[in-house]
Design a protein around this ligand. Structure first.
Ligand code: ATP
Ligand code: MG
Length: 177
């Protein structure tokens, strides 16, 4: 287990998992630490953080999802497309982690990718084991695997108390995406 670096998990059904990871990225960039975020699953809308990455360069880097990467939430493509995309994100994650160029690597929605069986919990455990000394890994997404929770240093479960979506209020630019 790497010294210094932490394994952080943001999970649960309430809003704020990706936002918490981005907040940490903003904080770390202020200390001129290098952060990379890799998205495992994304919707079809354009997330603000994709462009914030440019504003915080070179400290915050967003690994664009591979060509043909399709959001699973609002997409009807064949499952094999999603498996391929998740495997590609996994490969990118591994390369990024072992390159050791970053202080923090955020794997956004990776927990959800495991839950959907697009990748295995063992894949995530291998990534955790592969990180160089001093690197912090942040794993977001609901339904974090118990084995991942077990090895993590910090686990926060977002619990929904209220969400405007439940009152029919749609996702808002800058708040939700
Ligand atoms: P965010 O990206 O806003 O921090 P999240 O990472 O915690 O949210 P995800 O599971 O990634 O949540 O959900 C993606 C989208 O669903 C976001 O637009 C988010 O605002 C919305 N969302 C999150 N939690 C809920 C909820 N409990 N009910 C309805 N929509 C939600
Ligand atoms: Mg999220």
């Amino acid at each position: 287990m790497a010294a210094d670096g932490l394994v952080i998990v943001y999970t649960g059904g309430g809003k704020g998992k990706t936002t918490a990871a981005l907040g940490m990225a903003l904080r770390a960039a202020g200390h001129k630490k290098r952060v990379c975020m890799i998205q495992f699953i994304k919707g079809s809308w354009h997330y603000g953080e994709l462009d914030s990455a440019g504003l915080l360069a070179p400290y915050f880097e967003m690994q664009a999802s591979g060509e043909g990467f399709v959001g699973i939430i609002d997409d009807t493509s064949d499952r094999s497309v999603h498996v391929k995309a998740a495997q590609e994100s996994l490969r990118k994650s591994h390369d990024t982690i072992v390159s050791g160029k970053h202080d923090i690597v955020i794997l956004d929605e990776i927990n959800y990718a495991v839950k959907l069986e697009l990748i295995g919990a063992d894949d995530v455990l291998r990534l955790i084991g592969a990180r160089p000394e001093g690197m912090t890994l942040v794993l977001t997404g609901n339904h974090a695997d118990p084995q991942v929770v077990e090895v993590a240093d910090l686990v926060t479960e977002m619990r929904e108390v209220k969400h405007p979506f439940k009152r029919g209020i749609k996702a808002k630019k800058g708040i939700d995406f």
